[in-house]
Ligand binder design. Sequence first.
Ligand code: B12
Ligand code: SF4
Ligand code: SF4
Length: 370
Amino acid sequence: MSISLIESLISELTSPDLVLLPEMAICSYMASQAVWKYADDCSKDTSAWTMRMAGFTMNGKTKIYARGGNSISCDLKSEKGEGLKAVVNSQNRREGMDKNKLIEMASSFVETSDANYITNEMALSKNVSGLKMFEAPIFAFGEAEDDYFRKLKDKNVIGDHFLLPQEWLREAKTVISFFLPFTTEVKKGNIKDLIWPSNEWLHARYEGQSFINKFCQYLSSELTRTGNKSVVPSLDDRFWSNTGDNSHIDNLYTSNWSERHVAFVCGLGTFGLSKGLITSKGIAGRFGSIVTELYVSPDKRGYGSIYEYCSMCGECGEKCPVRAISIEEGKNNKLCAAFLDETVEKFRPRYGCGKCQVGVPCESFIPQAR
Ligand code: B12
Ligand code: SF4
Ligand code: SF4
């Protein structure tokens, strides 16, 4: 919500005793929890302005209350909502969300969310207690109508089972794709043992995915709260994937929403020999995405072919404990999936491998061309 819009809305109100700016309010101070859906939990950028606004109107007839400092919060507490005459609710709530705000919120969530850290109770060993799993994400925004999404339905790309953005959400305008790079601790941890996944990697695969789910839910609910319908395909009931052991037998090693292909279309990076997607922050990390009706200008793909960022150095193949990757044959999903099954047996409920993603030239950057 822009400042001028708020000011003009306030000026239209007929002598209110109190104006509550719901986007900045803390719900626990409200007489009615109904305003919770408008509460803004991280209004850092607006709080300074709020203080100023509150300062110069506090002594006048209209009081403006919002989150922005203890003194104002205390006032609100004592009021308990009495005298609440008007709730300024933006007429154009969609204005409240844009690319920059989303990226800012996302980075702050990754930094501060407890779910991005391994607690003492869940730690597999002492040295991973307090481990941070992911660094700040990088984003790419794709146009839902991009013809490239349709191409993914081709038999030799993904197949007809791939669902288009509009099939997940009829009103879809944008696909938001992100890559969460693993922290140095997670990457370094997985280099030491040449065969089995490190505790850092096991946590980043298992608890890391729970974190990504929370992260997607958070962004999606913020989009919805600002009036933009959104769907997280990987959390939707219609989503399925086949890692080699379930019923979609004709469609082995695939899914109806492939995060790497979506990231490729949105402009995040290209495939590598190992079949991982290489981004500007490398290959070691995980992807996620949200389909939304919010329109933002799409990013440009900075590449022309699907393996452009891969230097074809072959180091991922050398690192693979079961020789599932080679320059001649590409990647053998069956060998890879069978090894992952072995790790399930050993580390249940956790599992993982990722040796092809660490200690390789594409681990954290786009590798130099050979
Ligand atoms: C099924 C699956 C697997 C299967 C098979 C993987 C596969 N198909 O590549 C198995 C069990 C083997 C597996 C293993 C692993 N996985 Co996995 N897996 C998935 C899953 C659930 C679905 C993948 C999918 O839909 N594939 C679709 C098929 C079609 O992909 P494809 O065959 O590779 O596609 C090729 C063709 O399309 C071809 N092509 C031909 N013509 C054209 C034209 C165009 C225009 C394009 C774009 C492509 C194209 O190019 C592609 C690459 O060669 C995704 C999660 C998700 N929802 O996306 C994670 C995912 C791919 N896995 C991931 C990871 C990290 C792993 C592991 C490291 C395990 C671990 N965590 O320890 C290993 C590493 C494997 C590897 N070397 O990449 C990450 C990838 C991260 C990255 N940097 O890329 C994902 C995206 C999960 C996530 N949320 O981040 N996985
Ligand atoms: S290790 Fe080398 S060959 Fe393998 S994906 Fe990375 S850049 Fe490509
Ligand atoms: S995840 Fe492990 S088994 Fe699979 S290709 Fe990479 S190194 Fe090989």
